[in-house]
Design a protein around this ligand. Structure first.
Ligand code: IPD
Ligand code: CA
Ligand code: CA
Length: 259
């Protein structure tokens, strides 16, 4: 089934690649700087259609078109972000991806994250390891002083700017340097393959992290929610993901400040 899902994602990505910036009309969604394009919606429809053929008994949760409240921990549930990194997509920054997680009885058992611009496909199946374009990947074992930190600004929630930058500043003083990509799913995969060592964001939605959470875990890393609790897929939450060199003490500041 993984191969079929990978192919469905690659096929759907053609819609994204067709877009040229002069043609991308944007609409505003709820929250600060939250945009949506016709492509987000078209991509979601395309993915739902293709994936339903692969696993007809599955239900769907997706960011667009009011498909966001359909969490269930019964049976199979696809949790999909049709374009993660929409602001990058609008600006043709090429740091955007499709993120498809498959939950079984509420647990993520399969994840695919594909950035068609770089032709990078990350995937994982529970118990079978994580891969980038078919090659096994592992998280790093860099300790915090040698680490590259990724963080998300939770841009749609203005009230989170201050605590997010406070946490980022705290870690910035302890690590090598800090990056902000604009795609949570790509950030998670970058930690999974050791390009970075720690990632946090104060509010993400399940479709941002479902697939990436399994890819991180299968690559030997860790991912936790608010206050370092186990991740859930029911509603938005804080997320922190990290490699093997990050210690419990390193996480204390995030644990204290995460909301
Ligand atoms: C956003 C991106 C961004 C993250 C936001 C997400 P979207 O997703 O992943 O990096 O900081 O929290 O909502 O809206 O581009 O799908
Ligand atoms: Ca997203
Ligand atoms: Ca999205």
């Amino acid at each position: 089934m993984l191969e079929e899902i990978k192919n469905a994602v690659i096929e759907a990505s053609r819609i994204m690649l067709e877009a040229k910036d002069s043609k991308i009309d944007t609409l505003s969604k709820e929250g600060h700087a939250n945009f949506v394009t016709e492509y987000d919606s078209r991509m979601q429809k395309e993915l739902f259609g293709r994936l339903a053929k692969i696993l007809p008994e599955a239900t769907f949760m997706g960011e667009e078109d009011n498909a966001s409240n359909s969490f269930t921990d019964k049976g199979y549930l696809f949790v999909i972000d049709p374009i993660d990194g929409t602001t990058n997509f609008i600006r043709q920054n090429h740091t955007s991806c499709i993120s498809v997680g498959l939950l079984k009885e509420g647990e993520c058992v399969l994840g695919v994250v594909y950035n068609p611009y770089k032709n990078e496909l990350f995937c994982a199946e529970k118990g079978r390891g994580a891969y980038l374009n078919g090659c096994p990947i592992r998280v790093s074992d860099e300790p915090l002083p040698n680490s590259i930190l990724l963080f998300g600004t939770s841009p749609y929630y203005e009230e989170l700017a201050e605590p997010a930058f406070d946490i980022a500043y705290h870690y910035f003083r302890k690590c090598l340097d800090l990056r902000r990509s604009g795609s949570a799913a790509i950030d998670l995969c970058d930690v999974a393959c050791g390009r970075a060592d720690l990632y946090f964001e104060l509010r993400l939605s399940p479709w941002d992290y479902a697939a990436g959470s399994l890819i991180i875990k299968e690559a030997g890393g860790y991912i936790l929610g608010c206050g370092l609790t186990p991740l859930q897929f029911r509603q938005p939450q804080s997320v922190i993901a990290y490699g093997k060199g990050i210690t419990k003490e390193d996480l204390a500041y995030f644990a204290e400040k995460s909301l």
